[in-house]
Design a protein around this ligand. Structure first.
Ligand code: BGC
Length: 341
């Protein structure tokens, strides 16, 4: 694997932001910027013998700073929502920044997607370091975080490690927007999620606390379905959100998730150590211009955010996002690519 680096832009405070290119003889290459430790492009071989860039991104740093949607970013300290930004840990009540109506979303007003991380090349992989101070957006404990991007076995692996000096919560994810055709809408993408259950939402997109079977609902992706065939379905679970914005609970089968597009022939599988995934079908992506003048909008792409369940700190019966002082947090998600048979 080789890594090259070029200047991408300059922050308002004068700090330089770089774009790193990872390439390998597997035919895949990735660009990552240190602003938000953000995946900017991911070039994958398609069935026509050329390469397709399968993620959305921007040409300039200004667009990353000014646009919403967390496009390609590393999200934390807690990806997804926390009800009213409130939780209790070791008997102490914490109040986080609220940036999604009354609730906390994706780390708050200035989440990790808006920080410039420190990049280091390590063993052929690209590591990004960030120190998140005690009290950052309301979270307890100074958290030392490392996110590593590596090209391995025909795929892109993203690994997360962290240590805190106080008990805290941690639930990072990557917010890449995928389009396996590189353009157009994703309605024709086939999707499979090995999840027999999901956590339904209330109208604020917070979990109600129930765990329901996907059977007989538009949440059933245990066999391949086209995203567009179901995202507009009348199902009470899907309709209020004008598409998917839901957490699925993996059933342990592999791959955890898979998607393909007939036009490019690209098949992507997702394997992860995380217990769940937020499927977000780009319902709120407003019209905008992306890389090389590409037009992005609603359903231009979809996100597969591997994670612990939304608001899990307030649902103790679910897998815990608590990171004890001094313990090492580790998690890994691999996006693998092949051509569909
Ligand atoms: C959330 C959506 C949100 C989107 C972009 C997703 O992870 O679940 O509700 O609109 O991110 O901010």
């Amino acid at each position: 694997m080789s890594i090259t680096k070029k200047l991408f832009g300059t922050m308002p405070n004068g700090k330089e932001v770089y774009c790193y290119t990872l390439s390998c003889d597997c035919g895949i290459s990735a660009e990552i910027i240190d602003y938000g430790a953000t995946l900017r492009s991911l070039f994958v071989p398609n069935k026509n013998g050329s390469l397709t860039d399968v993620v959305l991104g921007y040409d300039t740093l200004e667009e990353y700073i000014n646009n919403d949607g967390y496009i390609g970013a590393t999200v934390g300290r807690f990806a997804n929502r926390i009800c009213k930004g409130k939780f209790t840990l070791n008997g102490v009540d914490y109040t986080l920044a609220t940036n999604d109506g009354p609730n906390h979303l994706h780390g708050g007003n200035e989440g990790y997607d808006k920080r410039v991380w420190e990049a280091k090349e390590e063993d052929g992989a690209l590591a990004f370091y960030l120190t998140s101070p005690d009290g950052d957006e309301g979270y307890p404990g100074t958290l030392e975080i490392k996110v590593t991007y590596a090209l391995e076995n025909g795929g892109l692996a993203i690994s997360y490690e962290a240590v805190s000096d106080k008990d805290t919560i941690f639930n990072p994810t990557n917010h890449a927007y995928f389009n396996l055709n590189g353009e157009g809408l994703v309605n024709d993408h086939y999707l499979l999620i090995n999840a027999d259950e999901f956590t339904p939402n209330d109208l604020d997109c917070l979990p109600t606390g129930e765990v329901l079977s996907v059977k007989g609902t538009c949440m059933d992706f245990t066999e391949y379905h086209k995203i567009g065939e179901r995202a507009d379905c009348d199902d009470a679970f899907v309709k209020p959100y004008t598409g998917y914005d839901h957490n699925f609970i993996f059933n342990g089968k592999t791959p955890a998730c898979a998607t393909y597009a007939e036009e490019s022939g690209i098949l992507m599988t997702v394997e992860t150590t995380e217990p769940g995934i937020q499927l977000y079908s780009g319902n709120c992506t407003s019209d905008r211009i992306g890389k090389n003048g590409a037009k992005y909008g609603r359903r231009s792409a979809f996100c597969l955010e591997t994670q612990h369940f939304p608001d899990c700190i307030n649902h103790p019966e679910w897998p815990s996002c608590v990171l004890k002082a001094g313990d090492k947090f580790q998690s890994k998600t691999v996006y693998k690519f092949a051509l569909k048979d």
